[in-house]
Design a binder for this molecule. Sequence first.
Ligand SMILES: Nc1nc2c(ncn2[C@@H]2O[C@H](COP(=O)(O)OP(=O)(O)OP(=O)(O)O)[C@@H](O)[C@H]2O)c(=O)[nH]1
Ligand SMILES: [Mg+2]
Length: 302
Amino acid sequence: MTKDTPPAPIPTDSTTQCGYIGLVGLPNAGKSTLVNLLVGEKVSIVSAKPQTTRSVVLGIAHHGGMELVLVDLPGFTVSRKAEVKKLRSAWAEGIEQADELLVLVDASQPHQQSLPILVTMVGQQRRPITVALNKIDLVPKPQLLPLLAEWQARLAELGMADQPIFLISAKTGSGVPELLAHWQRRLPPSPWMFGGEVVTDQEAPTRAAELTREAMMHLLKDELPYNVQVVTEVFKPLRRGRYRIEQVIRVAIPRHQAMVVGHQGDMVRRIGLRARLGIQAAMEMDCDLFLRVLVAKKGTQG
Ligand SMILES: Nc1nc2c(ncn2[C@@H]2O[C@H](COP(=O)(O)OP(=O)(O)OP(=O)(O)O)[C@@H](O)[C@H]2O)c(=O)[nH]1
Ligand SMILES: [Mg+2]
């Protein structure tokens, strides 16, 4: 929440439901897009590049009397590279929080190599599982039936033949009401954990830093150094609800600094403009945004 509104009362009668749903899938499956759609606000950044989500983000969605605490996880990866070590620990931490799991599959790329490993991992979690085939807006209808049959067989192998499989598009919203109705049938009565006004667990400065990272991912595309970090150092209210935000973009080596700054500062200006508009839209606030690009000292980057 960015506004100083008092929290709405949390209903506690038996008509309410609440559940922590962990979103698991390969990188780029559309997990964060679905979280944002269900929450109705952008709480988790999205990009066309894989491994956009780096740490666990909670998106809190309310539909009728139901509160869904959506645990948005980094995409599952089997890579042993040092840089994805943190992603793997975030993944495990997020899974731990979830009462049940939603396995999200990119139906437009249904045969990625690490998918069977993901399915095995998910099967070991001993939690209720729902499967949703996403991005159906990109897939011709005749191709969906065999895919559905393939997933039914996979679930049967895990002893979960009775679990439903949903066909959805997190982009258009198609199939999403059916998914919500499924959770409505399934989640136990429970008081809500958050108020009706809360949309994420992230503090506003963290959210703003993420939105700057999203702008960088968009503008730098494949040139974006993997281990770039954005930190909000100042997040100060000014007059009339306006904020002053100062952020540091930390890169590992001078070559990356030059890339992010661009010719005569052209790139960092574009990043700043896009990030400011992104922050204003997602967080519903006006802001002045100041960016600095620094080369991190050895050992200060995680
Ligand atoms: N056409 C279409 N594109 C989608 C859909 N869902 C997501 N996308 C796009 O897929 C890309 C990846 O989406 P993300 O939500 O960032 O995917 P993610 O699973 O969170 O990815 P990681 O955080 O990297 O694991 C973005 O370009 C989205 O716009 C969908 O239903 N249809
Ligand atoms: Mg994501």
